[in-house]
Design a protein around this ligand. Structure first.
Ligand code: ZN
Length: 182
């Protein structure tokens, strides 16, 4: 992965719909990808990023809501509790905000970048970001949560995005229209 060629993949790119493969062996290559992902997340003012969003179909995510940076490999949600609705954006779908109903609390099993097993418990915003990024690893996007009315509203925007998937600069400004970028 060369720094200059790394770009956030946009809606319409088939890699965003693929299920990411689980990482069998964690090597320096995964650690490099995770640090590049973190850099791209911070540069894009995002609070989470999944590997498929940078064109790598491996089960890896980075999350930082302002407290600390999580780099997780093979994350799995093993427990969910409560429900909360909040508007989310996605770095891969600039300009689109969708109200998404998610668990308020989650328990997650994962590995860190040195293959050490981790158990995490998160709630509220952090739980939401983990759920959004883990969705990416299953090929699931916020548009899949849209109500019928939301779908009508964003239909045109999504068509434009698909057509201009190669010219993401067009949408850079709009990307900031939603508070949570993940
Ligand atoms: Zn996203």
């Amino acid at each position: 992965m060369h720094e200059t060629t790394v770009k956030i993949r946009l809606f319409g790119d088939p890699i965003l719909r693929k299920r990411a493969r689980s990482v069998k062996e964690i090597t320096q290559s995964q650690r490099d990808i995770l640090s590049q992902m973190s850099r791209i997340m911070y540069e894009s003012l995002g609070i989470g990023l999944a590997a498929p969003q940078v064109g790598i179909s491996e089960a890896m995510i980075v999350v930082d809501i302002g407290s600390c940076l999580f780099k997780l490999i093979n994350p799995k949600i093993i427990k969910k509790e409560g429900l909360m609705v909040l508007e989310e954006g996605c770095l891969s779908i600039p300009g689109v905000c969708i109200k998404v109903k998610r668990a308020k609390k989650v328990k997650i099993l994962a590995q860190d970048e040195f293959a050490k097993p981790l158990t995490l418990e998160a709630e509220d915003l952090l739980a939401r970001v983990f759920q959004h990024e883990i969705d990416h690893l299953r090929g699931k996007l916020i548009v899949d949560y849209a109500s019928f009315f939301d779908k009508l509203k964003m239909a045109k925007k999504l068509e434009e995005l698909k057509k201009s998937a190669k010219d993401e600069r067009l949408f850079e400004q709009e990307a900031k229209s939603c508070k949570l970028q993940l």
